[in-house]
Design a protein around this ligand. Sequence first.
Ligand SMILES: [Zn+2]
Length: 499
Amino acid sequence: MEVLSYAFSEGSSGVGAYSRVLLGGGVGFHLGYAALKETFLRCWGLLAIEPNPLNSGALIRCGCRFPGRSLSVLRLLAIFVGMSIVGCAESQEDSRPNLVLIVVDTLRADHLEIYGYGRETSPALKELAERGIVYEKHVASAGQTVPSTLTLMTSLHPAEHGFRHLGNGHFSKNRPVYPEALTLLPEVFKEAGYATAGFVGNPFLQDKNGFSQGYDRFLYSDAEGARLTNAAIRWVEQRASEEEPFFLYVHYFDVHTPYRPPGRFREMFPRPAEGRVIESNGRVPGVRKRDIRTTVALYDGGIAYVDDQIGRLLEHLDELGVLEETVVAVTSDHGEEFMDHGGFGHGTHVHGELVRAPLVIAGPGVPESGGREENLTHHLDLAPTLLSLLGLGVPDEFRGEPFEGTGTVAFAEDGPFYAVHADGYKLIVNTNTDGAQVYSLGDALDQSPLQEPEIERQLRDRLAWYRALHKLHGEDADAEIPGWTDEERAKLEALGYTR
Ligand SMILES: [Zn+2]
């Protein structure tokens, strides 16, 4: 693996020619299991139509589920069979799509036009959404980077991957060092024969913390997002003539504090005269409305900057001829608060402005309909969904499942606050006080608490399972939380809840 830090020049290099080299042996080698199945079935007129994991139309894919480690055996089989196919040549290249996963740190969904925001913060995401799907009710696993991003990368709850935020800046580990025992998403792609690269701007996700496992090339940079974009473009250009598909992960940090959007983005949205910029977490005394408006204007400028970077990256992929064979997914690790519930920043609670994350997916296998998915979805299930969309197996270590289109149960946590989203409602419990609030899922920002004692009771049952996970895995601050009794376990299983 090649790990780079601050190794790239600022300037973007020119766009190189992109071509695929079709050689018999290489073609056979790179035919994945799914592509093989498709090739055979197309030859014999038996094309399988299976439910699209994105729940919109049908997707042609392999329905097999197998551990990543068995892929090498299947691929060896693919070499033999792939080289033997005669007379059905149209699929004789590695036709598996690429995946570009973009995480925009600290991006709350409702500040994007695709979620109804009035300011033009995000034309590139709007354009991407027009040829893909927008997920209306997508939930991050936590209101802080490390637990949330690790859920994205491992498809495990924070209690299971072990990196929780306990509140007030304290973590369940002294510092985030991600053990090799965790199976991270890039490792799954690597095992499946993909080229892999990660370009990240969040200091929690540095290679020195073990976050770079599974990447052929990895860059952490605290420079502006343009450096990540340039590095990503250069990497794709450099491997443009390579046969195997790629997994590219870009994690932008420019929406996060300090709110300093560069160049024209700093003045993009008007700010009141004499407004303060609030860059603290939690409650801030003496805040005036003009301070909030000033802070939000700069935050929105940061979104516009990152959106511009995303647009530049996708434009280059298009010029290189790879965009049409690339699945693109854009989400965030958590949002940001601007006095929505009395404070600023994040890592403080689990209300909608912090855990309702944007999600857009577009590319091969995703209907180009500009569709919107109304059902609840969760970070836990994103990696399995993307793997399934690409026809790849989901490792047994991943807890999540591909989006089913019927909604799910989505948990989120931060410090003493736990949230469960299910059955059209959301319950938040403060485990320090046992105080609870119920909201409708249609109330994305948790603005109108409901008096629904029966809903609260039902969702507390669901939350009991999640809180028990902390006891099962716990070496942290949840030691006093009571675990399951046998009776509770049976009750939860009777509800059909097996997560
Ligand atoms: Zn973050």
